[in-house]
Design a protein around this ligand. Structure first.
Ligand SMILES: *Cc1c(COP(=O)(O)O)cnc(C)c1O
Length: 240
């Protein structure tokens, strides 16, 4: 299967999931996650219609942006989707259009300060660890609606974060557990949507984007209200 064929299949899956959920496929942004994949592969994906590219490592991603853009007419939108170490925050600001993986108040403050120094604003999503797995990054959000201490901490941290002057927070991002049952995965996505709704309501902010859903679970995410799916293997094939 070529990358173009794969993208057609992914688009068909998006269309089917949207039809079932009574949603418009144009509401869903498809971010092709090209980690470990070549510049040629990314260009092939763009030729087949992709406009958003995600990378999970700062240096690897930053190194591909210039050679990909040199072969294209129009700028793509580049998303950083992996954990960012604070010493690499500056590179993210220099190279990427959006960071989806703001996972601590400390990192957010650093991004805001560095963006201000570069005279720009940084588009960002806040990564929430809704599943509660220790292996996952993000603000602790497991059981946020039942655990008063979890909610209080989230509200304190996110309340402060949302005031930072040089960040534009567009919404939330999460990752579902791997190899879990569909019901468990849906619950994680539904919890993120409920958190977004409650934050909007109580803090008076607008958080329209919900980045959730990957190769194995994006239909479930679309059913729950995802606006952005991050798809790697279904587009580029398996990774090492
Ligand atoms: C790799 C990655 C994806 C894509 O995963 P696939 O299972 O290959 O679709 C999505 N989001 C993040 C944060 C990733 O690191």
């Amino acid at each position: 299967m070529s990358i173009a064929d794969n993208i057609k299949r992914v688009q068909d899956r998006i269309d089917d999931a949207c039809a079932k959920a009574n949603r418009d496929p144009f509401e869903i942004i498809l971010v092709a996650v090209s980690k470990q994949k070549s510049v040629d592969d990314i260009v092939s994906a763009v030729e087949a219609g992709i406009q958003h590219i995600g990378e999970n490592r700062v240096e690897e991603g930053a190194g591909k942006i210039a050679p990909v853009q040199a072969r294209l007419q129009d700028p793509l939108t580049w998303h950083m989707v992996g954990h960012v170490q604070s010493r690499k925050a500056k590179q993210v600001i220099q190279h990427f259009d959006m960071v989806q993986s703001v996972d601590s108040l400390r990192l957010a403050k650093r991004f805001s300060r560095l963006a201000g120094e570069s005279d720009r604003r940084l588009a960002a999503l806040l990564e929430i660890n809704v599943s509660g797995e220790a292996s996952k990054q993000g603000f602790a959000g497991y059981n946020w609606y039942q655990e008063a201490s979890v909610k209080e901490r989230l509200w304190n941290e996110l309340g402060e974060l949302l005031q930072l002057p040089h960040l534009d927070i567009h919404g939330l991002m999460t990752m579902a557990p791997f190899n879990a049952e569909a019901g468990t995965i849906r619950r994680v996505f539904a919890d993120l949507v409920a958190l977004r709704d409650e934050l909007q309501h109580s803090l008076g902010v607008s958080l329209p984007e919900l980045s959730m859903g990957m190769t194995d679970d994006f239909e479930l995410a679309i059913a729950e209200g995802s606006t952005m799916i991050r798809v790697g293997r279904a587009i580029f094939g398996d990774r090492n």
